[in-house]
Design a protein around this ligand. Sequence first.
Ligand code: PGA
Length: 256
Amino acid sequence: MVTMRTPIIAGNWKMHKTVAEAIQLAHAVCEGVVNMEGVDVVLCPPFTALSAVKNIVEGTKVGLGAQNMYWEEQGAFTGEVSPLMLVELCGYVILGHSERRQYFGETDEGVNKKIKAAQSHGLTPIVCVGENLAQNEAGETAEFVGGQVKAAFAGLSAEDAVKVIVAYEPIWAIGTGRNADPTTANSIIGLSIRGMLADLYGEDSAQQIRVQYGGSVKPENVESYMSQPDIDGALVGGASLKPDSFLALVKGALVK
Ligand code: PGA
């Protein structure tokens, strides 16, 4: 089947960059992507830098995303940020990143609520799934990742489902320099993620949903992932923190 999924490279800055540093990096990225067509580019700075980076990316082809949010619109939820607040600032939000699941107790059920809340405010969720090392070594990846996808999409209509971006990030490959083999990553995405989405919404819808790979993506390996048929982009941590490496990744996505 011929698909028309535009590749998407997103930089997850995690807990890096002061406002001043974020401004510098955002400027460099915006300048660097001016002539790059055929790829979507998204920057996800920490909450504290969203407003400053918004002023820089406005009117450019670079999109802006947050790294998390709570599902309620407002209320007594100290320290949380709502979709209503984010939609003034950005268009995307990363949800269910493994670091949120691992260190901050996020559950599949919470991720599902966040996806629905994000979409009801017009935000595009980038939903992360992925197995840990023990699950990988025990041969449980397909079942576990398929289950995470099913739980994340519970109750979503096909119309909403096709607007979600999924990121397959094997936990053991994040920030470790240890890469998932591109062919293996492609088959997990094809069979366990897009396959599950096809079970839920039919093949046509599943073919419209973009799925990124994430986990130690670097300029040296980006093309090996991007040349895989089921991999539509990358969610990048470490290599998104410097303009040169991030721009090299964006260029690498043009192999599509
Ligand atoms: P990494 O992080 O590129 O530093 O491995 C990816 C991510 O956690 O999104």
